[in-house]
Ligand binder design. Structure first.
Ligand SMILES: NC(=O)c1ccc[n+]([C@@H]2O[C@H](COP(=O)([O-])OP(=O)(O)OC[C@H]3O[C@@H](n4cnc5c(N)ncnc54)[C@H](O)[C@@H]3O)[C@@H](O)[C@H]2O)c1
Length: 355
């Protein structure tokens, strides 16, 4: 890219998440949105007009041939990520892949193999979004690394909604969310990439050993609006890691319970409880410990995470991290190797659940 020229960004897929990304790249003085490929002609025209995008097409391969384009953000349903991602890299464009990276670990391995052939290109996933790109991540990691809570032996995370299913109650036109062949999975897959990105990251990526798991769907009779409803609505697992750590993890987009997103970390000297996502207004971490160096009373301190540098939210943070990486001024926000490792754990969960 010529010096002082704005980075030229293009999008493949112009649906909900692409629109959430666009204002960042549109408003940033270092970037311009050069192209959009979208199958839906009305959406293509409307989004193109909103952001003044010069190269509009229904055929993403036309963007690959556009010499002006430096980087492509892939925002299609996951079933297309592997093929499109490989095409993007082969066309010599930087690749920003929406999460989940691919539909299966096998596809992720193929994409990673291709990325390794193009070390000059940025290739990154996006599952850092609600996880390691926000202030709670370094805050909690620092607490654990300081030794304040001793050795972590158990982590517990649950987020259980009622009738919050993507493709039905949330983003009801995107029926692909309900088709495992396209989506890769339900809430365990859709959210699992964030959960593992956060929880395993703060614990320095412990090596996975085995798990017990369950998955279920069909928990009400609400019409899905499609015949293909093959993803789980509710799933959970007890993951065991080689260092002895156990992690109980549960996610539901629909179950007969209502449990807010909450993580508890149990250490030999203390514990932590928090909501790991950055949205919502709970930015406190509860620290449980015993006074007088463990000889005194059970105590709790509520610690405030300073979110001021995250005021513009997760989408903005992802955009900023991507721009820095594209300029060679920041790390790869979510390396494909890390995405693959986490997809392999999610795959093991589905296998353990016979799903
Ligand atoms: N919706 C969310 O809240 C959300 C949040 C984070 C990440 N994501 C991820 O972003 C990706 C897209 O999700 P979404 O919610 O934006 O879906 P969406 O259905 O709103 O948008 C996907 C778009 O891709 C287009 N498309 C499909 N095939 C195409 C092709 N060959 N060429 C060009 N366009 C094509 C579709 O027409 C559609 O407009 C998924 O991987 C999803 O997991 C979504």
């Amino acid at each position: 890219m010529a010096k002082n020229k704005k980075l030229q960004i293009a999008f493949i897929g112009g649906g909900m998440i692409a629109n959430a990304h666009m204002s960042n790249f549109h408003d940033d003085r270092r970037t311009e949105i050069r192209g959009l490929a979208e199958l839906n002609k009305t959406a293509l025209k409307n989004t193109g007009a909103e952001y003044g995008i010069p190269h509009l097409t229904t055929d993403y391969k036309a963007l690959l041939k556009d010499p002006e384009i430096d980087a492509i953000v892939v925002c299609t349903p996951p079933g297309l990520h592997c093929k499109i991602g490989i095409d993007v890299l082969r066309a010599g464009k930087h690749l920003i892949m929406e999460k989940p990276l691919t539909r299966t670990p096998a596809e992720a391995r193929r994409l990673l193999k291709e990325a390794r052939k193009h070390p000059q290109l940025l290739a990154t996933g996006c599952s850092c979004r609600h996880a390691r790109l926000q202030p709670k991540y370094p805050f909690i990691k620092k607490l654990i690394d300081s030794g304040k809570i001793g050795e972590v032996y158990f982590i517990h995370h649950r987020a259980v909604s009622r009738q919050g299913r993507p493709g039905i109650e949330y983003h009801p036109t995107a029926k692909w969310f309900l088709d495992r062949e396209v989506a890769g999975g339900g809430p365990l897959y859709d959210w699992g990439v964030y959960d593992l990105s956060f929880h395993l990251g703060i614990l320095d990526e412990p090596e996975f050993k085995k798990c017990e798991a369950f998955c279920i769907n069909g928990l009400d009779k609400v019409p899905a609006g499609t015949k293909t409803f093959t993803v789980e609505e509710h799933g959970g697992a007890l993951l065991v890691f080689k260092n002895g750590l156990k992690y109980y993890w549960e996610r539901a987009s629909n179950a007969h319970q209502d449990i807010p997103n909450q993580t508890s970390i149990y250490g030999t000297k203390g514990g932590l409880r928090f909501t790991y996502t950055s949205f919502g207004d709970v930015h406190e971490v509860e620290h449980f410990y015993v006074g007088n160096n463990g000889k005194g009373e059970a105590k709790k301190k509520v610690l405030k995470v300073n979110m001021s540098r995250h005021e513009k939210g997760d989408m903005h943070a992802v955009g900023q991290a991507m721009i820095k990486a594209l300029q060679g001024k920041g790390p790869v926000p979510m390396p494909l190797e890390l995405e693959l490792k986490n997809l392999e754990i999610l795959d093991a969960v589905y296998k353990a659940a016979n799903w």
